[in-house]
Design a protein around this ligand. Structure first.
Ligand code: GDP
Ligand code: GDP
Length: 498
């Protein structure tokens, strides 16, 4: 095995004499797969995120490269098992560009920047620069994916030039080297002056294990989760598009001086989390440094902010999504909300700048109802209007955070859960599917944060989505659970031991 790879800055000349690492890397394919490759396909982990992990720092790995080099193929390969965990939420656009991956022992957030380049009319060169900016802003490790079959492209050179000054380690994968015969394809990429190169076939999984081992070797050290018996603090991420008023709200919530003084280094290197206590309750405001940081390049603020929001969500229990009340809710707002929801986070939606909303539109009920109407899946998310500028509604945010956090951690008594389901099935039987009418036997909560109920039945695969929604609504009618996802799992009834 090669020693852990290091990114080398070219020091001029000489580079061509270094033998390409292809041969050695390829021989590994016959051997037992390295840890990183085995674990990619690990069976579905049914457990929800343990509480301790909610605060865990997730390192971010960004995939960059021109369109069509195979980024999404690699992304899918690495996130496959994780993404299967995420139940689609009807009505909310899914974001396919961010996913969890388990590399060896480490869990990471994987970002496929390819998805961010779709802006109409944006030139490729600009897209490449933008990717580099996103990587610089959000990643702990950058993987540049180049296309061996297309050969070295001027845009590849541009990308590598852009990545060179970053503080993050950059690994260069040369993709589409599908057979040993094609190893020669890698040679021309040595002109980039980057070593080692990682020849891979994202499609066939060849060489990917070696690449991942290198990624893992470059990840920042794991932060130990604080072991504590006490109720953990509620971690809160304030998220939203640029200029919606996040830092104004943050200042209101923590007080400007106080937030500076009490800011302590958080669980990742570049994030500053702010612990605060309100009414004897402990909270951690996640990535408050990111909230304050001013992006440098105007044109790319939006995309960088999405990445930052998603990253903050990964580390928080409660997402507080700020909407600009003057502009109204946008598709991007909905995407971020959908992502937080799919990731099982509690959510609170605040329509800010209420003071600036014109009189003829300043009717809170109409505005909030309209959001429900346009995004039905957000109906169960509590919504408030506030003004970070005047302070209107700000003090009540704490109670709203407590409420959604409590719903998120709720323990639902088994007897009551079963009573609700019994009444529900009596009112409306599960519909027949291919000649079989599913029967529900017994249910119990199997996880919290978010609450997850497992229902044992005779034909789990024949429960229709509509019927599942019906059951979810019945459960919500009884238990409330505003602002938290609620999940159902259907399992075949376990065999009785005899
Ligand atoms: P992206 O635009 O960078 O996300 O690229 P995609 O993942 O969409 O891949 C672009 C094309 O390259 C698709 O047709 C893939 O099937 C193909 N491709 C991806 N990886 C490989 C590979 O390892 N070998 C070959 N031969 N084709 C690949
Ligand atoms: P961020 O980019 O989301 O952190 O947004 P900022 O907190 O920097 O706010 C962006 C702009 O919106 C600033 O000019 C703020 O003064 C203004 N702003 C923030 N909150 C309010 C509000 O409640 N009402 C009005 N009228 N303006 C606000």
């Amino acid at each position: 095995m090669a020693p852990p790879p290091r990114r080398r800055r070219p020091t001029g000349g000489r580079r061509n004499r270094v033998a390409p690492p292809t041969a050695g890397a390829r021989q590994n394919n016959g051997r037992a797969a390295p840890a990183s490759r085995r674990n990619i396909n690990e069976p579905l982990n049914e457990a929800p995120l343990p509480r301790a992990e909610v605060l865990e720092a997730l390192p971010v790995v960004a995939l960059v490269g021109r369109p069509n080099t195979g980024k999404s193929t690699l992304f899918n390969r690495l996130t496959r098992s994780r993404r299967a965990l995420v139940a689609p939420t009807p009505g909310v656009t899914r974001d396919r560009n961010i996913g969890m991956a388990t590399l060896g022992e480490r869990r990471v957030l994987l970002i496929d920047t390819g998805g961010f380049e779709a802006d109409e009319g944006e030139q490729l060169a600009q897209a490449v620069r933008a990717q580099a900016l996103v990587a610089a802003d959000a990643a702990d490790v950058v993987v540049a994916v180049l296309d061996a079959r297309a050969g070295l492209n001027p845009l590849d050179r541009l990308l590598i030039e852009r990545l060179r000054p970053l503080r993050q380690p950059v690994l260069v994968a040369v993709n589409k080297v599908d057979t040993a015969k094609q190893d020669d394809l890698v040679h021309e990429f040595f002109a980039l002056g980057v070593e080692p190169l990682y020849p891979i076939s994202a499609e066939h999984g060849i060489g990917v294990g070696e690449l991942l081992d290198a990624v893992v070797a470059h990840l920042p050290d794991e932060v130990e989760a604080a072991a504590s018996e006490a109720e953990p603090p509620t971690s809160v991420a304030i998220i939203g598009r640029p200029n919606v008023g996040k830092s104004s709200l943050l200042n209101r919530l923590v007080g400007y001086e106080r937030s500076i003084v009490s800011a302590v280094p958080g669980t990742t290197r570049d994030a500053l989390d702010t612990p605060i206590t309100r009414n004897q309750r402990a909270y951690v405001l996640v990535d408050t440094a990111g909230v304050r940081r001013r992006p440098r390049v105007q044109a790319h603020i939006e995309r960088a902010s999405v990445v930052r929001a998603l990253r903050a969500i990964e580390r928080a229990e409660v997402g507080v999504l700020l909407i600009d009340g003057v502009e109204g809710m946008t598709e991007q707002d909905a995407r971020v909300a959908g992502y937080a929801w799919e990731r099982g986070r509690a959510l609170l939606l605040l329509v800010n700048k209420w003071d600036a909303v014109p009189d003829d539109r300043r009717d809170a009920k109409t505005v909030l109802d309209d959001i429900d109407h346009r995004y039905p899946s957000l109906t169960v998310v509590p919504k408030r209007v506030i003004s970070a500028r005047t302070g209107k509604g700000v003090e009540r945010i704490w109670a709203a955070i407590d409420a959604v956090a409590a719903a998120h951690r709720a323990r639902l008594p088994t007897a009551k859960v079963n009573a609700v389901l019994e009444a529900a099935t009596r009112a409306q039987e599960p519909p027949m599917v291919r000649g079989v009418r599913p029967r529900l036997f017994y249910a119990t909560q199997t996880a919290s944060a978010p609450p997850t109920i497992t229902i044992f039945c005779n034909a789990p695969e024949r429960i229709t989505p509509a019927y599942e929604r019906f059951l979810l609504n019945r459960l919500r009618d009884t238990f409330g659970l505003e602002g938290t996802p609620l999940r159902l799992k259907f399992r075949a009834r376990p065999r009785r031991a005899r």
